[in-house]
Design a protein around this ligand. Sequence first.
Ligand code: FES
Length: 125
Amino acid sequence: MNIATDKTDAWINLGAITDYPNGSITPASLPSGLALAVYRVDDEFFVTADRCTHGGASFAEEGELDGHVVECAWHNGTFDIRTGAALTLPCRTPLMTYTTRIEDGDLLLNPKPNKRARPAANNKP
Ligand code: FES
């Protein structure tokens, strides 16, 4: 996904929302090069870092999306894409999440990450 910086403010233009089918996970990146995963679920958009916090797998390349839960292909850990919370072992560390908004048919991203979800208390070995 080609990304252009919105010059009017800090938001980043991730392109037309029509480029993101419902139920999809699409790769993107920040100008810094940080890999992102863009999810579209029931016409809502969510963005997380695109590296599993357990072993670094890419969700955009290999993840499975079921509702608001993404499952990592490498060891089947899961995360809530709305909050970044780790839901199942072996994942314990939450994902970074980002705020989006839609303007004139384009998906815009605030490059400042949201406050991380708390580590899951029930994900003890
Ligand atoms: Fe994602 Fe291990 S790399 S669960």
